[in-house]
Design a protein around this ligand. Sequence first.
Ligand SMILES: [Zn+2]
Length: 66
Amino acid sequence: MANAFSYACRDCEGMAACPASVVAETKDEVWKLMELHAQVAHNENPADWDGETRAYLATLIKPVNV
Ligand SMILES: [Zn+2]
């Protein structure tokens, strides 16, 4: 049974070359780590992510068993 959530940056359109992924207990924590990764690795400002972008990213967060 899944007890955590993961996000792999390479699953995101245009990010196929990025090796980063994050795993955390809650989706909220995964979002924080995604936002931090986007800032550090891709020089993005998560405050600029619109609802459509967030809805797309949300589909990339998968339940996993760690
Ligand atoms: Zn990345």
